[in-house]
Design a binder for this molecule. Structure first.
Ligand SMILES: C[S@@+](CC[C@H](N)C(=O)[O-])C[C@H]1O[C@@H](n2cnc3c(N)ncnc32)[C@H](O)[C@@H]1O
Length: 279
């Protein structure tokens, strides 16, 4: 048994909040770039996501983005046609960065700083779309409770769209020059339920120039959810699976020593589209 298995879900999430507050310095540093990016008319989504998000102006009044970080993706949902966007994140520094972006752009955006598992009741049954992913689900230590929150926030007939790292990416050694199963537990085992406990962030994600390694001191916990865990949690919450796809596309370079000729033979990400029943 490791130390982390003795801690409650809310204790683990609180530790993750402190770690994400450290990483938020990079998002702070990116605010001007995020504003220029959005003002230029670009959106932050990866090619596999676009078919799922292409007609928002026709049906999406309110989009709720769970684990919105600095709001770049949330604001991209507005740019794609959502009339109002709501971002929710556990990190107060992330939420402050996101609010600065939407204030400057005078966007119809609202932000909530909270654990996704404690999403405020005022949001119940208000989302036409819930969007999440790209490094989100691994930080949630209770996937059943998470799926219950999704079901609670969706309007009848509302949709959840997830674009997330494929759980198989947990298995490979990140910096190897050939495809190798990671020998370091809990990695290398698709069926592991053990959270990884670590400090600090990969330099490719949080460059030392934006957060010095000495300032990356908070212990964080991340785990992998199997595809079956995610899909079954949503079915148990009473939601209907509409479409599931696996993609060779990555949203960050998790295997930097391997050529696309190799990585594109494996699933790197997935899309999951889910609907709440009409009644
Ligand atoms: C990898 S980032 C999200 C990725 C986002 N798509 C982006 O590109 O920045 C993960 C986010 O999840 C948030 N987070 C982690 N645990 C959370 C929780 N329990 N409730 C709400 N937000 C959480 C972190 O603060 C962080 O902003």
């Amino acid at each position: 048994m490791t130390e982390s298995t003795c801690l409650s879900v809310s204790q683990l999430h609180e530790m993750n909040r402190l770690a994400w507050n450290e990483a938020a310095a990079k998002y702070d540093a990116d605010i001007a770039d995020t504003i220029a990016f959005l003002q230029s008319g670009k959106t932050n989504f990866c090619p596999p996501e676009l078919p799922y998000l292409n007609d928002l102006s026709a049906w999406c009044h309110r989009a709720i983005h769970l684990q919105c970080a600095g709001g770049r993706d949330t604001m991209s949902l507005w740019k794609l046609g959502a009339k109002e966007v709501i971002g929710l994140d556990i990190s107060d520094r992330m939420i402050a960065a996101a609010k600065r972006v939407s204030d400057i752009l005078q966007a119809p955006a609202h932000w909530h700083c909270c654990d996704v598992l404690s999403a405020p009741d005022e949001l119940n049954a208000t989302a036409d779309l819930i969007y999440t992913g790209r490094g989100a689900l691994g930080w949630i230590m209770d996937i059943t409770a998470w799926a219950g929150v999704v079901a609670r926030l969706l309007k009848p007939s509302g949709k959840l769209y997830i674009f997330e790292g494929h759980p198989l990416d947990w298995v490979w050694t990140p910096n190897a020059s050939t495809l190798q199963i990671d020998p370091n537990p809990p990695f290398g085992d698709y069926f592991s339920i053990q959270p990884d406990q670590s400090k600090g962030w990969p330099e490719s994600y949080i460059p030392p120039a934006s957060v010095l390694p000495a300032e990356q001191q908070s212990l964080k916990h991340e785990r992998q959810w199997k595809l079956g865990d995610i899909i079954n949690s949503l079915i148990t919450a009473g939601l209907i699976i509409e479409r599931f796809e696996e993609h060779p596309d990555m949203f960050w370079d998790k295997l930097p020593q391997l050529s696309p000729d190799i990585t594109r033979r494996l699933p790197q990400t997935f899309s999951l589209l889910v609907r709440k029943p009409a009644n």
